[in-house]
Design a protein around this ligand. Structure first.
Ligand SMILES: [Zn+2]
Length: 139
């Protein structure tokens, strides 16, 4: 089994709605993402997955859809106010936590046909969430 990872960053603003703590206030991060892919074999070039393919698929998707945007829970009452004020917002189905970002990026990478194994998401240099779903074992 071969594993390859690519890391990239994006900047965003968010808040956790109905959260009792500092993260309930609008604030920003420079998030770091690590996408790890796994393949059983190598191609004719000796690669499992070309790093450029990761850059032009999942990294580009995150940059186009989330970079320098405000990412909020779709139920957050601040969302329509910011949209009306011309702020570039993205809504997600739950609070935009690190765990949620890792899951959304994992699902998007899978949708793009990448053999994704896990996604690590650092909200800060000290705090990371990983999404690595257990695969069902075939017997
Ligand atoms: Zn935060």
């Amino acid at each position: 089994m071969y594993e390859v990872s690519r890391e990239f960053e994006f900047s965003y603003t968010h808040r956790l709605w109905r959260y009792d703590g500092k993260c309930g206030n609008l604030h920003g991060h420079n998030g770091v993402v690590r996408v790890t892919l796994a393949q059983e074999s190598l191609d004719e070039s000796g690669l499992s997955v070309d790093f450029h393919q990761m850059k032009h698929t999942i990294e580009s998707w995150v940059e186009e859809n989330w970079d320098h945007k405000t990412i909020l829970n779709s139920a957050d009452p601040l969302l329509p106010i910011l949209v009306k004020a011309g702020v570039d917002c993205v809504s997600v189905d739950s609070n935009p936590t690190s765990e949620r970002f890792a899951t959304l990026i994992y699902n998007q990478a899978q949708k793009m046909g990448l053999p994704v194994k896990s996604v690590d998401f650092w909200e800060t240099s000290k705090c990371m969430a990983r999404y690595c779903p257990n695969k069902k074992r075939s017997r």
